[in-house]
Design a protein around this ligand. Structure first.
Ligand code: S5P
Length: 275
């Protein structure tokens, strides 16, 4: 059956990539397919939000280059929170360069992403060499890569044959590419029905999720957890401003929003796997 009709627990048993396995196991253990994207500029707000939403998430998504007062100790603190609350870490770096350059960007610089982020992502635009470059660093560390097969923004160029080519690229590197940033399932895309690939199980992590507004006035487009998980078959909802809003100090509001999205995402999953 199509992966999205199986439970997260069943899929965890099948997956060979350690980061994919960890994510699926964490989702099942915490009964949460919610990822929170923490796009704030101060280290203090960043850690405070993560500590509040931590109990309700399977994964925390970071843009570490947004933090204006970054120091290496922030990573130690982030890792401590990931142990305390049991979540996976995904640095949303969106690599997009030649293999040699992305390998250096992934391993080095101020942020040393590969040393702490279980999952990262890349644009497929340079072709397969971007995967080779990143996997030369990430595979020995047990990391996983998501390709951006689609985007949530109005007018996105990642559609049609570009999306198909991204899926084909992923199929050639299934030990390291664990899935996609996309708006729907990618199963069998680019194949004819008679050449379906039996044990293909790409994880679909989906941003552009919001319950209260349909966009942000800067091209972002939002759908509900139910549309994303039940109607489109995606595996993880990624929510940013819908949860932490405009004021990171409103701890109770943030906690309530995280629970609300967690509950909606899980209800949509239960409705999906119901025989
Ligand atoms: O297509 C995409 C891909 C990504 S990774 N659309 C997105 O919005 N994202 C990221 O998800 C984006 O960089 C941001 O960190 C998050 C969405 O944030 P929100 O506040 O709009 O929920």
């Amino acid at each position: 059956s199509s992966p999205h009709l199986r439970t997260y627990a069943e899929r965890a048993l099948q997956h060979k990539n350690p980061a994919a396995k960890l994510l699926l196991e964490t989702i099942e253990r915490k009964k949460s397919n919610l990822a929170v994207s923490v796009d704030v500029a101060s280290a203090k707000d960043f850690l405070a939000i993560i500590d509040v939403v931590g109990p309700f998430v399977c994964l925390i998504k970071t843009h570490i280059d947004i933090i204006h007062d970054f120091t290496p100790s922030l990573i130690t603190d982030l890792q401590a929170l990931s142990v305390k609350h049991d979540f996976v870490i995904f640095e949303d770096r969106k690599f997009a360069d030649i293999g040699n350059t992305v390998a250096l960007q992934y391993s080095s610089g101020v942020h040393k992403i590969a040393s702490w982020s279980h999952i990262t992502n890349a644009h497929p635009v340079p072709g397969p060499s971007i995967i080779s470059g990143l996997s030369s660093v990430g595979l020995p560390l047990g990391r996983g890569l998501l390709l951006l097969a689609e985007m949530s923004t109005k007018g996105s160029l990642a559609s049609g044959s570009y999306t198909e080519a991204a899926v084909q690229m992923a199929r050639e590197h299934r030990n390291f590419v664990i899935g996609f940033i996309a708006q729907r399932r990618m199963d069998g895309i680019g194949t004819t029905p008679d050449e379906s690939i039996p044990d293909e199980d790409f994880l679909i992590l989906t941003p552009g999720v919001g319950l209260d507004v349909s966009g942000d006035g800067m091209g972002q487009q939002y759908r509900t957890p139910r549309q994303v998980v039940l109607d489109s078959g995606c595996d993880v909802i990624i929510v940013g401003r819908g949860i932490y809003g405009k004021d990171p100090s409103l701890v109770e509001a943030i906690s309530a929003q995280a629970q609300r999205y967690r509950d909606d995402g899980w209800a949509a999953y239960l409705a999906r796997i119901k025989p």
